[in-house]
Design a protein around this ligand. Structure first.
Ligand code: SAM
Length: 265
């Protein structure tokens, strides 16, 4: 686990879900102008959208590989302007089209996640924002998720977090892969390769506050594993949130052809 100098710097810490969405929505709002409708891509949209952008004119495109999730989204939430069933590695979307790409807890589920990031780079307009939310594979939480099977994640969500629908079609938890890019070092390296600016980097572990009586033993276990890993597994955060910006006049460096499989529903 060789980490670059950047990954040793302290993360800005986010205390809770509401604060995180305020911060992220603030970044998105600052890219908006009154005359322009923002083109937003929610990549791996699942069945719900968390951001409150009521004061911003925008058109929302959602892409997800899971038809059940997208059906719940289009039938119940009804907040997508365009819905596309497709795999983010291969789906065909317009290049340099989106002002904002929002990608929340998706990359850890995808083998070859860097291919998805490269597609984001191509789909973003010059100057566009990429908001990434991922668990850090090099945190204690990420490590435990990597070494345990899906049924353990389902039981954890149902009986520790108290999310009774966990495991039902379209709802998750979904199988995890944790490609190497899903870490602080991995994201930083990819940004350097593609020339994206890191506008903000946040860490959070507020999931521990949401597990009631399990909070204390989980915190103790996380500390213990941090020490046992000689400090290599982070205990102070489990999740990372990035606000990245494509350079305003980025030359197209990425020419890998994409296979078309987008299906609008
Ligand atoms: C944990 S959920 C997150 C959903 C939503 N973004 C959120 O934050 O609540 C992961 C989502 O990624 C989708 N997903 C996983 N692999 C994908 C892929 N290769 N292409 C598109 N979507 C994918 C899943 O179907 C699922 O809806």
């Amino acid at each position: 686990m060789s980490e670059s100098r950047h990954t040793q710097t302290r993360l800005q810490h986010i205390e809770n879900w509401d604060t995180e969405f305020e911060i992220v929505a603030g970044h998105v709002r600052r890219t908006a102008s009154e005359e322009q409708t923002l083109n937003i891509l929610e990549a791996g949209c699942g069945c719900a959208w968390d951001l409150d952008l009521q004061d911003v004119p925008y058109k929302l495109t959602g892409v997800d590989v899971d038809e059940d999730a997208l059906r719940i989204r289009t039938e119940q939430r009804k907040d997508l302007d365009v819905a596309v069933v497709g795999d983010l590695r291969t789906v065909e979307l317009a290049e340099s089209h989106y002002d904002v790409i929002y990608n929340s807890y998706v990359l850890e589920h995808i083998p070859d996640a860097e291919r998805v990031l490269d597609n984001f780079w191509r789909w973003l307009k010059p100057g566009g924002l990429l908001v990434l939310r991922v668990p850090d594979r090099n945190s204690v939480y990420g490590f435990l998720t990597r070494i345990t099977p899906l049924w353990v994640h389902i039981l954890y969500k149902r009986f520790v977090v108290g999310f009774r629908e966990a495991g039902q079609p379209g709802v998750g938890p979904f199988p995890t892969v944790y490609d190497r890019v899903v870490s602080r070092g991995g994201i930083r390296r990819w940004c350097r390769r593609r020339g994206l600016a890191v506008r903000a980097e946040y860490g959070s572990n507020y999931y521990v506050n949401e597990v009631g009586v399990f909070s204390f033993p989980i915190r103790a276990l996380v500390r213990l594993l941090h020490v046992c890993s000689f400090g290599r597994l982070a205990y102070d955060h489990s999740n990372l949130t990035y606000v990245l910006q494509k350079p305003p006049a980025a030359a197209s460096q990425h020419g890998a052809p994409l296979r078309s499989e987008g299906v609008c529903c």
